[in-house]
Design a protein around this ligand. Structure first.
Ligand code: 5AD
Ligand code: FES
Length: 369
């Protein structure tokens, strides 16, 4: 029965909640392999064997929010706070460009220091130097007006995981926050015209399989261009520090299901997945993942961006990460695409931007091998 449901999902890119729940509750080794096979086939049709690389710049770990799972939550007095200066951010962008990256992800906590004016200055600064490189922002919840101003200044994409599509679980994990506000932000980003990313954690405390079906339904409905999925990993300074981490297996299943529901989606094999298993990112890629985000942040701040314990890549230079990930992608049987990596459907609708996607620089030519 389960393979029949997977076939239906593969054929129609949709499946009822009951059937999705049935899959989650009854999947075994054999059907998991089948699911991964079908997911792989789907991604081969949309993106082929390419895996896109984006340079991640974690530019501030100040945060006014208090997400219960997150190590940089505002109330964590032990977090060693940092903010990169304008010049440091530009330097990361230059290093990234030199390493061949055509796209940056500027990620930070919800830091009031980074007002719209300051963000616009940063976006313009990068775009002046590298007009063809895409900028993705990941700065949490802001007003419609703020999202619009940053878009007009040149930001191309925005990542805002919904974290969980269960209102009850969301509001337990985010005391004082309203689930609907988060969802509204995503619809605002979509309306403004960003390529936007939603996403969720797998294995959160109290999360049920029904909650995971809600995540699947939600992403099917909102149809994001990107979807970040990673396991929950406890962080010792938080109230959830004693809970078990989400598993590789459950995360891989969710990646494969999202690929089948949204064939065109850009699906990162996340750092969190690589942190719970040595080959986590490789397994994520095989299950339908087609994006990796190697770190471009200066090494002296890497450890401070401690969303969870045991985060990988905190000691490695940007060039090291670039090489390491490339090797991992190749070993998994895939090919690196260090291009803008736009969503295929979006590229189809915006043919003028597509040309940049053809530019690709090999790491060996950069490093002089
Ligand atoms: N475990 C796994 N992922 C986490 N994130 C934050 N804290 C944790 C954690 N403890 C994720 C959230 C956030 C993204 C930047 O990192 O989903 O959106
Ligand atoms: Fe950073 Fe492997 S990707 S060291």
């Amino acid at each position: 029965m389960i393979k029949g449901y997977i076939d239906e999902l593969f054929e129609f890119n949709n499946l009822s909640d009951e059937k999705l729940l049935y899959i989650l509750e009854n999947i075994d080794e054999d059907s998991k392999e089948y699911l991964i096979e079908k997911s792989h086939e789907t991604r081969m049709r949309t993106y082929g064997n390419k895996v896109f690389m984006r340079g991640l710049i974690e530019f501030t770990n100040y945060c006014k929010k208090n997400c219960e799972y997150c190590g940089i939550q505002g109330k964590n007095k032990n977090a060693d706070r940092y903010r990169l200066t304008y010049d440091q951010i530009m330097e990361c962008a230059v290093i990234g460009d030199r390493l061949g990256y055509k796209t940056y992800v500027l990620q930070g906590g919800e830091d009031p220091y980074f007002t719209d004016e300051r963000m616009i200055e940063i976006i313009r600064g990068i775009k002046e130097m590298f007009p063809n490189n895409a900028i993705t922002l990941s700065l949490g919840e802001r007003s419609y007006d703020s999202y619009k101003k940053m878009f007009d200044a040149g930001a191309d994409r925005y990542l805002l995981r919904h974290e969980t599509a269960s209102k009850e679980l969301y509001e337990w994990l985010h005391p004082g926050e309203i689930f609907g506000d988060r969802i509204k932000c995503l619809y605002n980003l979509k309306e403004i015209g960003y390529q936007f990313g939603a996403g969720f954690m797998v294995g959160l405390p109290r999360q049920t399989k029904r909650d995971l079906v809600k995540d699947l339904r939600f992403v099917k409905e909102i149809e994001p261009h990107m979807c970040g999925i990673g396991p929950f990993i406890p962080q010792k300074e938080t109230s959830l520090g004693e809970y078990p981490a989400g598993t590789l297996e459950d995360t891989v299943i969710m990646l494969a299901l999202v690929r089948l529901l949204l064939p065109n989606v850009l699906l990162p094999a996340t750092t969190a997945l690589g942190s719970i298993d040595k080959l986590g990112r490789e397994k994520g890629i095989k299950a339908g993942g087609n994006v990796v985000m190697p770190n471009l942040s200066p090494t002296n701040v890497r450890e401070k961006y401690a969303l969870y314990d045991g985060k990988i890549c905190t000691g490695d230079e940007a060039a090291e990460c670039r090489k390491c990930i490339e090797r991992r992608i190749n070993n998994a049987g895939f090919e690196v695409a260090i291009t803008r990596g736009d969503n295929v459907k979006w590229s189809h609708d915006n043919p003028d931007v597509k040309q940049y996607d053809e530019q690709q620089v090999s790491i060996n030519s950069i490093l002089g091998f």
